[in-house]
Design a protein around this ligand. Structure first.
Ligand code: C2E
Ligand code: CA
Ligand code: CA
Length: 688
């Protein structure tokens, strides 16, 4: 329930105070009184009333002076915009005028007509509320613009004058901006100048809007700016928006490097390593390669004892030592946080064991970090080309299996070869993976579905399909356990394809039962990189006669960032086919929202970690609010994941999030239960 508004009556006449106050109290308002301007000023500061009724003539400062003082902030900033109603003599046109010039919101004539006063009060309070909401929206919009480095400009073709939005200098981080087209052209290099000039001519003819990127040379700094406008001009004016993309472009350059290389160790990442290795293997000389995986044990202990920085330092030193020992011939990469892979060419496969024992030894020597001696413990696994695999994927997989086996079963031994492991009966890692290999064939996978609710209508508008594995002896295994294995082994391609098909089949079946919902499926990085994803998906959709727009593909932020350029192309291809696209787990990666805006997407799924403490953490609310504000402007839907409490739901509703998903509504359910749930809620909607 809304709190009771408090009204302040300022009048030196006690009878007026008494009568108005009791009349207003009867209508449910809380009333406080002051007999002059001084007392009123103190009460305003103290109680922040929602509205004040102010008499004109009072001893000391009169009503006009009081109103003026409040508007100047004498009663504090919180009261500056307060609705102030003046009580004037009837037909006293002059004082009515003066009331408005002093800053009064409205007036009411004496003697007071109570029903009329109540109407005026209600009206003023409502107006104040609306103004407040508007002010807040303006502030939010301005901060959203700043967040996205956005601004506006306007060009008048008749006199060449160029004007910019208020914050433009701040956005572009400069003192002044050019005030005419000519002056703007002078800040560009010749080719940008020519492009812009031509684009402006085309725009002036009304043929096409502006959409180009130029570099502005502004005194000491250079800004890369994207200019956009409508295709049509308005009475000789062209109005457009600009976005400062300097940081974005710098970020992209870095992203391209970071997509391939690890910054800390300056070593290639997995994908580049595998590509390079495949290239070498097809060279056919030399004929033998060994692939080694070295996994550092208990790096977290170093992190805990000496700090993350020290941990990073150890990793960098370890990588440097690796490079020194192995030289230029070998390929190396940082596979994961604490795992490295190497590929070494050999002339034959003799003496391999002795060779590995020998070169791994110096890696175990102490590092000196923060004047401490730090020993790095590790286990290694080795596979050989050609016997343990014919391509880089298989070789890495077999080396990893050998390494895991070494870590779990080998005692003090630091290195094991896949040859030893493959024959071992008790190879658990292999057995789980083998089980997974058979799981598809044995139909051990199934999907569960979690509903999503649209907050504005309370309708359940979609479901997310989540994969489960019913292991013959272990029971239902959660995706957290087996999806990494599927990804590592490459099985995710086939399993992911099964998920897509099964989800389509289910959707068609529900549709036949009269349930219309959208279906979201998760796409992993490996699938996303795979050629032909779009055509496989199209085939499933066609087979079950559903529309591509009923299928939403969830791609995590980190997947999208693995190879942003390629991602962009695939996303455009999928979008062209009509699929809906969602960025999943948003906020867990390090990419900026503005950067992600380059990806065509329909939905942004805000990660559970933001939602957990949304009810008590202000920063998270502010983040969610600016995400929704910006997304709304761009026509992107926001979904909050992992909503568990009604309080979280209320906050998300207030923050204008579109849809929610989480245990509060329902846990992921098997198809029958989900159908029953959706039907029950559809019925409830009709009844209400
Ligand atoms: P995700 O895509 O972020 O899926 C949401 C996860 O949050 C699900 O876990 C869901 O059960 C859980 N969840 C939903 N509401 C709540 C809540 O209110 N509180 C809490 N604590 N958790 C909630 P699940 O099913 O264990 O899936 C985990 C992850 O496994 C998924 O995260 C997704 O990344 C991956 N995954 C699941 N199915 C597939 C699939 O078919 N393909 C791929 N590539 N990945 C999948
Ligand atoms: Ca998901
Ligand atoms: Ca998610």
């Amino acid at each position: 329930m809304a709190p009771v508004p408090t009204l302040l009556i300022v009048d030196d006449d006690p009878t007026v105070r008494l009568l108005t106050s009791s009349g207003l109290k009867k209508r449910g308002y809380q009333v406080i009184q002051a007999m002059d301007a001084e007392q009123a000023m103190l009460l305003m500061q103290d109680k922040n009333p929602d509205l004040a009724l102010v008499d004109v003539s009072m001893p000391g400062r009169n009503g006009f002076e009081f109103v003026q003082a409040v508007r100047n902030g004498e009663a504090g900033n919180a009261n500056r915009e307060r609705p102030l109603l003046m009580l004037t003599g009837s037909d006293d046109v002059q004082s009515i005028d003066q009331a408005f010039t002093s800053g009064a919101t409205d007036f009411i004539t004496k003697p007071i007509n109570l029903p009329l006063l109540v109407e005026r009060v209600k009206y003023a309070l409502r107006g104040a509320e609306r103004e407040k909401a508007l002010r807040e929206a303006q502030i939010e919009q301005a901060s959203a613009c700043k967040l996205a480095s956005l601004g506006f400009w306007q060009l008048n073709f008749s006199n060449d004058a160029l004007t910019w939005s208020e914050d433009a200098t701040e956005v572009l981080n400069c003192a002044t901006l050019p005030k005419s087209r000519q002056a703007l052209l002078k800040l560009l290099n010749a080719s940008d100048g020519l492009r812009l000039d031509t684009a402006l001519k085309v725009a002036r003819e009304g043929q096409d809007g502006l959409n180009l990127e130029i570099t502005l040379y502004l005194g000491h700094s250079e800004r890369i700016v994207r200019l956009q406008s409508d295709p049509k001009t308005q009475e000789g004016q062209l109005i457009g928006a600009f976005q400062d993309v300097t940081a974005l472009r710098a970020f992209e350059d870095k992203a391209l490097y970071l997509a391939e290389y690890d910054e800390l160790t300056d070593l290639p990442k997995r994908r580049l390593f595998l590509n390079l290795l495949d290239e070498k293997l097809t060279d056919r000389k030399p004929t033998v390669w060994s692939i080694g995986v070295i996994d550092i044990s208990r790096l977290h202990r170093i992190n805990d004892a000496l700090g993350i920085e020290a941990g990073d330092q150890v990793l960098a030193m370890f990588a440097k030592r690796l490079k020194n020992i192995l030289g230029h011939e070998a390929l190396m990469c940082r596979l994961e946080a604490d795992t490295f892979a190497v590929a070494i060419p050999h002339t034959d496969s003799e003496q391999m064991r002795a060779y590995y024992q020998h070169w791994l030894q110096p890696l175990a020597r102490a590092h000196h970090v923060k004047s401490e001696e730090v020993f790095v413990d590790f286990t290694a696994g080795v596979s050989l080309y050609p016997q343990d695999g014919s391509n880089s994927d298989e070789l890495l997989r077999t080396a990893l299996l050998a390494q895991r086996f070494c870590r779990d079963h080998a005692g003090n031994q630091k290195v094991m070869f896949y040859r030893d492991v493959a024959s071992s009966e008790e190879n658990h890692a292999l057995s789980l993976e083998n089980d997974l290999r058979k799981a598809l064939e044995n139909q051990e996978f199934f999907l569960v579905y979690q509903p999503k609710q649209q907050l504005s209508t309370s309708r359940f508008i979609g479901v997310e399909a989540l994969l489960r594995w019913r292991h013959p002896t272990r029971g239902v295994v959660s995706p957290g356990e087996f999806i990494p294995l599927l990804e590592e082994s490459g099985l995710i391609i086939d399993v992911g394809d099964w998920v897509a098909e099964e989800a389509c089949r289910q959707l068609a079946q529900w549709q036949a039962e009269g349930i219309e919902v959208g279906m979201a499926i998760n796409i992993s990085a490996r699938q996303f990189e795979q050629f032909g994803l779009a055509s496989r998906l199209s085939r499933h959709v066609a087979q079950y006669a559903i529309q591509p727009r009923q299928l939403e593909l969830e791609i995590t932020e980190s997947t999208a960032m693995i190879n942003p350029e390629a991602t962009l192309l695939t996303l455009y291809e999928l979008r062209k086919l009509g699929f809906k696209l969602a960025i999943d787990d948003f906020g867990t990666g390090h990419s900026s929202y503005v950067y992600l805006l380059r990806f065509p997407m329909d939905t942004l799924k805000i990660d559970r970690s933001f939602i957990i403490d949304i009810a008590d953490a202000r920063p998270n609310r502010a983040i969610v609010r600016s995400l929704t504000a910006l997304s709304q402007g761009l026509g992107i839907k926001t979904v909050a994941e992992g909503v568990e409490t009604q309080r979280q739901r209320d906050y998300l509703d207030a923050l204008d999030v579109d849809d929610i998903q989480g245990f509060l509504l329902a846990r992921p359910m098997e198809p029958q239960a989900c159908l029953a749930f959706l039907q029950a809620h559809a019925r409830a909607m009709v009844v209400n």
